[in-house]
Design a protein around this ligand. Structure first.
Ligand code: ATP
Length: 278
């Protein structure tokens, strides 16, 4: 659905993208992760036709970004709402711009109000909303016209648990209906909940792509068992669950707590950075 090949983008001496390649299928959620400055937002801006690459190609359903605006929904990283305009007016505006007819628009707004928990703030001006409420409103403007491609750039940055859950629910719903989704984040648990495949960006390109299980299978996690006498046993292992079971079978003293740490995104970045440098 989305085919991105070899994007290059330079800002003066900064190489923001350096051969960025990524394909996303219909119904697939790709979690795009990477350190600050890896090029994620630049990629999102090019696909949403806000900026042009120096070279490389993007097609959305076979067409260039300039010909597909109604098919793409974008929630930018930084809140971009009109402060004196209400939530409902935003959704009506974005829906009409995408060509929705009144009945379809009204049904779409009702649906989003439910899943993104907007009903109680629908007639409030966005400038007076909390950060999380603004995030949910911004996501709704990207979703109201049911785009075939969704680009969500850190949609849960600074969000509370309710907003985070609402965002995950709506992303799962839309991918289930066939939308291709690119979801940038710094939170690995969100991607496991979304059952997303992962693309790791570094220095302007995607250096690893696959499921979390594939990418993390050789990375050690940690099993930590604390005994009632306060002795702590800590084991680094690529198979935390099996190691924990084996450890518990061997211990004959009372245990006060058990902690299993699976590999994190930082562990993944570190291992890839080492491989990339080789
Ligand atoms: P973050 O996780 O912090 O959002 P990112 O992966 O989205 O980072 P980008 O915002 O795409 O990274 O930035 C990639 C590089 O390009 C960075 O070095 C950034 O400083 C630079 N850059 C991005 N936009 C501009 C711009 N408009 N002018 C100059 N440099 C820019």
């Amino acid at each position: 659905m989305l085919v991105v090949t070899d994007l290059v983008k330079r800002y003066g001496t900064v190489q923001a993208l350096d051969g960025f390649t990524l394909n996303v299928a219909a119904g697939e959620i790709v979690g795009l992760v990477g350190h600050n400055g890896a090029g994620k937002t630049t990629f999102v801006e090019i696909v949403s036709d806000l900026i042009r690459p120096d070279s490389g190609h993007v097609t959305i359903d076979g067409k260039p970004p300039s010909a597909t605006r109604g098919q793409v929904g974008v929630a930018p990283q930084h809140i971009a709402l009109y402060p004196s305009v209400t939530v409902r007016e935003h959704l009506e505006l974005f829906g009409r711009l995408a060509g929705l007819r009144p009945a379809a628009l009204s049904a779409a707004i009702d649906d989003l109000a439910g899943i993104l928990r907007l009903s109680e703030i629908m007639d409030r001006r966005t400038g007076k909303l909390s950060g999380g409420q603004q995030r949910r409103t911004q996501a709704a403007t990207a979703l109201v016209h049911r785009p075939a491609l969704l680009l969500l750039d850190e949609p849960t940055a600074g969000a509370d648990l309710e907003t985070r859950q609402a965002m995950l629910d709506v992303v799962k719903q839309r991918a289930g209906e066939g939308a291709a989704v690119v979801y940038t984040t710094h939170y690995l648990p969100e991607l496991t909940e979304l059952q997303a495949t992962i693309a790791v960006a570094q220095n302007g390109r995607v250096i690893a792509r696959g499921t979390y299980e594939d990418l993390a299978k050789d990375l050690p996690g940690e099993v930590r068992v604390t005994l009632e006498d306060e002795e702590e046993i800590s084991v680094s292992t690529t198979q935390p669950t099996a190691t924990l079971i084996e450890l518990l079978g061997r211990l004959d003293r009372p245990i006060s707590s058990v902690d299993v740490r699976h590999p994190s995104l930082d562990d993944l970045y570190r291992s890839l950075a080492v491989h990339d440098a080789c």
